[in-house]
Design a binder for this molecule. Structure first.
Ligand SMILES: [Zn+2]
Ligand SMILES: [Zn+2]
Length: 652
């Protein structure tokens, strides 16, 4: 066993305050609070066409007492129909499969309303259970948002499916279907021609002039020539397709655009052009300091050498005390003892055994884990079975490593990892001739750490996957890369500025590198600008609501219970605003689990803080075993967000 003497230093957590864990969730008596009345306003566009403004905009095409709806949202639209003289909803047609578009459809379908959906998303409406029961869509997922976790949780009877060019008539209205992928793979828009007007219902293609509802749903792989990168690397990757889709809408010269989320646009061309320009500005800013340029230079040749792009300096050879293989760095002491960082596959164990056999190293003293991605952890089980030494990781990261089922994160395997020592931010200890210091490092992912290794003149900083010599690794929105001074990469580069490492190491890169003070300033300025640019691109009061797909999440995300037991979960809300916000939540229970909804719980979340709101409900005796997906209705400030997140309950 190594000699690990912890010296406790002051906690240097980023300014943001974390309150995690289920321990705080015991008190349940949900504060039942009144539901603020949803907007509920109706805009009549013409005699036969209206828009209901609820949590989303719902199109109402009228033919006397009958109506066809475009999307139905949470279903509250039905309360507004009698005032319009509408007695029956004959049909609903959907733009895409997200729950906020369609969660109110079950009652309509039960009442005989015909359901029409985009052909490419038919299965996600009719058979979402196969998505939810597919473990491959939950674990070790390289980017988990196509299909999105906003997929319906129970099957909906589908009567018709449409694709590009299909035409429907309803009363005097002619409705043309247009494939408009981007926000989802199979999304469509509907051009409604009636009363001399041409109105496009564009789903979530665009929110308002120059804005989209969020950025994280655009996470997708893309290709250039014969080179392609996968979804994990595709931050904003589907913006091209979305802009193409919007171009097709523009070519129809509509008088008006009606988005699902957002404001009616009476100058569609201007709204779309502004969005296309903003996308390019944001992406150019993003590429300027992206670590991707190191891995895929040929995909970014258009940007290379442009003003405002950070030049890439070549790396240098690592010091002799280090070995690199796979995603592992190994520190070797003069005594022959080795400290291993990450173990991405069982072959690491074979390699280490050979090194021991050949006398290249004398002992293995410990394993340090940089983050939870399975290309860094898949060999840890085998490592721990073979070598008797402690595994250590940052306290916050250890929460993910030891209880993966409680989280939904990209590249996370559902195999708990034993962590023997949980380091606090800034804790130092001596290991042979090296002084080691552990840090929180919310870089490549929010749950990530770094290790500073000092010896003589050497200050070697192991940052997992957070940087290459090209800059920062923030290409998977689902990793939660927060923007803002004092958080995310702004925090990380400030730490580099302070620690002045002589070498920085990435697990996937054999060469060492550093950042000069000028490069740090360049990255800081770029991130300041990005916060502003992405802030303008989304209709929230901070960019992070648009890029952080988990700003409302359930913890634990999955849990196992038996019939008769109580489900306890926290809806963890991250307030990215600079002011406090009030959040209300309730669970929407699957039919088999009893009363339709829990009562509303309410919580005030301070500015720039993450807090859990407890929700509890019982699993009745006799409930068949199986997987139940429990959506959560959320009200955040003035925003009504039906079924905005979800938890998975496996009844055994
Ligand atoms: Zn959507
Ligand atoms: Zn990684």
């Amino acid at each position: 066993m190594p000699d690990i003497r912890y010296r406790t230093q002051s906690d240097r957590l980023p300014r943001w305050h974390f309150t995690l864990g289920v321990a705080v969730l015991i008190t349940v008596s949900a504060l039942a609070v009144g539901l603020p009345v949803a907007d509920g306003k109706v805009t009549e566009l013409s005699e036969h066409l209206a828009v209901y403004h609820g949590p989303i905009n719902v199109g109402i095409v009228r033919d006397g007492p009958r109506a066809l709806l475009i999307d139905c949202g949470d279903g509250t639209v039905t309360g507004a129909l009698p005032k319009l003289g509408i007695k029956k909803v004959v049909q609903v047609v959907f733009t895409h499969h997200h729950r906020d578009q369609a969660c109110g459809a079950y009652d309509l379908a039960a009442g005989g309303t015909r359901i029409g959906v985009p052909k490419a998303e038919r299965e996600l409406f009719a058979n979402p259970t196969s998505y939810w029961n597919d473990e491959k869509k939950l674990w070790c997922v390289s980017a988990s948002y196509r299909p999105s976790p906003l997929t319906l949780t129970e099957p909906l009877k589908v009567d018709e499916a449409y694709s590009d060019g299909d035409e429907l008539t309803f009363g005097p209205a002619k409705i043309r279907v247009l494939d408009t992928p981007g926000h989802t793979n199979g999304a469509v828009s509907y051009l409604v021609e009636v009363d001399g007007k041409r109105v496009v219902f564009s789903g979530d293609c665009i929110y308002d002039e120059g804005q989209v509802w969020n950025v994280y749903s655009l996470q997708k792989g893309f290709a250039k020539g014969d080179r392609r990168i996968g979804a994990y690397h595709g931050f904003m990757g589907d913006r091209w397709r979305l802009v193409e889709s919007l171009g097709r809408i523009k070519d129809l010269h509509p008088d008006m655009l009606v988005p699902s989320h957002g404001r009616l646009m009476s100058d569609p061309a201007k709204a779309i052009n502004t969005l296309a320009v903003r996308f390019e500005t944001c992406y150019e800013n993003y590429v300027a300091i992206s670590a991707l340029r190191h891995y895929f230079p040929e995909l970014f040749t258009d940007y290379a050498g442009r003003a405002g792009q950070m030049p890439i300096r070549p790396g240098v050879k690592p010091p002799d005390c280090l070995r690199h293989f796979g995603t592992t760095w190994m520190l070797v002491s003069k005594t022959g003892a080795a400290l291993v960082m990450d173990a991405g596959s069982a072959s690491v164990v074979e390699r280490l055994k050979k090194m021991l056999d050949r006398g290249e190293i004398k002992s293995i003293d410990g394993l340090w884990v940089t983050h939870y991605h399975n290309d860094h952890t898949a060999g840890i089980g085998a490592f721990q079975r073979e070598f008797d030494c402690p595994c250590f990781a940052d306290r916050r990261l250890a929460e993910v490593l030891t209880k993966p089922a409680a989280w939904r994160l990209p590249c996370l395997a559902n195999d708990p990892i034993r962590v023997d020592r949980r380091s606090e931010d800034g804790q130092s200890w001596q290991w042979h001739e090296f002084k080691l210091t552990a840090y929180n490092y919310p870089g490549q992912t929010l749950y990530h750490d770094a290790l500073l290794v000092e010896s003589g003149e050497l200050r070697m900083f192991f940052v997992g996957d957070s940087h290459t010599m090209a800059g920062i690794d923030d290409y998977c929105a689902q990793n939660r890369n927060w923007l803002g001074r004092g958080v995310g990469f702004q925090y990380c580069i400030s730490l580099i500025e302070k620690l002045r490492p002589t070498h920085i190491f990435n697990c996937h890169v054999a060469d060492a590198f550093t950042f000069t003070p000028e490069e740090i300033r360049f990255m800081r300025k770029n991130l300041d600008r990005r916060e502003k640019l992405l802030g303008e691109l989304v209709p929230w009061d901070h960019a992070n609501y648009g890029t952080d797909a988990s700003w409302v999440r359930c913890h634990p995300y999955t849990q196992q219970v038996r019939p008769g037991e109580r489900v306890r979960l926290g809806v963890v809300v991250t307030n990215h605003s600079t002011k406090p916000n009030t959040v209300r939540c309730r669970a929407v229970l699957p039919k088999a689990l009893g009363p339709a909804r829990t009562s509303w719980s309410k919580l005030d979340v301070p500015a720039k803080a993450e807090k859990p709101l407890p929700i509890e409900f019982d699993i009745p005796m006799g409930v068949p075993s199986g997987r139940y997906v429990v959506p959560i209705d959320v009200q955040y400030g003035q925003r009504n967000l039906p079924q905005f997140t979800e938890a998975i309950v496996d009844v055994k």
